[in-house]
Design a binder for this molecule. Sequence first.
Ligand SMILES: Cc1ncc(COP(=O)(O)O)c(C=O)c1O
Length: 436
Amino acid sequence: MNDGPAIGENLAGGEAARLAAIARRVLPGGHFGNFSAEPIIREGRGGRVWDEAGREYIDYLIGSGPMLIGHAHPAVTAAVQAQVERGTTFFANSAPGVLLAEAIVAAIPCAEQVRFVSSGSEADLYAMRLARAARGRDKILKFEGGYHGMSDYGLMSLAPKRVANFPTAVPDSPGIPEAVRHEMLVAPFNDLETVSAMLREHADEIGGVIVEPCQRILPPAPGFLEGLRKITAELGIPLIFDEVVTGFRYAYGGAQEYYGVVPDICTLGKVCGGGFPLAAIAGKAEFMSLFDKEAVGEDRFLMQIGTLSGNPVASAAGLATMAVLREPGAYERLFATGRALMAGLSDLLHRHGFAAQVVGEPPMFDVVFADGPMRDYRDLQRGDKALAKRFNALLRERGILKGESKHYVALAHTEDDVKETCAAYASALERLRDGA
Ligand SMILES: Cc1ncc(COP(=O)(O)O)c(C=O)c1O
């Protein structure tokens, strides 16, 4: 029996605590696995969220990235409401999904065709399978610290506690069959020489290469993506860009437009679902045709089915989000906000004497409490994590909500939000410097 508070009830302080107690009882760790159990978010509007205890935050978590145009945007809300009244899922084709696929093909340079799934993890799993099927080889090369979802393959050397010699993969979780480890090769991000040597040595075994074009907050070094594109093309190895984060965020055409390097296949998620569970595999028709039995025949056909794939409500939300992003000046504004925050934070870190730096691109960045070049996973590991954690906690006390290792900027953030955030940075850094 559910003896909890009614959904939508505005909870006073005591009730918020009761909800937290329920969460601790019925959820492992007291949370959904994504974020700490506190705060419990009640609602979001634009660039802000409010928790169940009534506290207001400027939101740089933005749902871990999907809410690029802000929470509860009126255009998205209207599109979703209109679709909900017509039905919420059909399994068969429906107009919003077909039109969203058309919009993705128009936007993303490598996208000639699109297959929808429900999460970025799934999209990455299928993209790797697609590459393996196309090339007829089993191994996938990924980069140490690269995030490609929670599949057995994705959870190889995402966050290894002990680093291994390249190209040995280190599983990030128990429960993954030992055999999977031997089907993954791991390379250092931004090290073209090492990855090129690995690709040449293992060319006959490799089905594909998967990379986040901007790995977590680490931008690609000049020439890295271009070099990766060149050598994979030369060896005939499919190149996958994981654009679950960067798609529609770095540019309307994603990181492949922003950095000017076009992969064979990409994965998309977060923004293109407008805050609903939708992700996609997109790519050149020669690869995507493997999802079409008529085109490639029984033997080469790659089976791929999902109950909610192309869901009309999620597609309507994605389409409405993309229309907002096509408005003139949208990306200029997003980047101006991000640049102002990065510059403000960087300036304050120096003024307060921290050995620290701001790393990333304007729509997505964070502070790393360490000096020296930041090019790969091992460099990021030099950052003082305890200090970063404390800084995040001090910011939260000051009404700034962000993820553990990222700021996500939203189009809904205003100049006043930037000013307020910089004031919070200043006060939090003062406390941090004084040993808080
Ligand atoms: C680069 C990247 N790929 C894949 C994923 C997995 O997406 P999802 O959480 O929708 O499964 C994420 C999630 O944050 C991601 O950042």
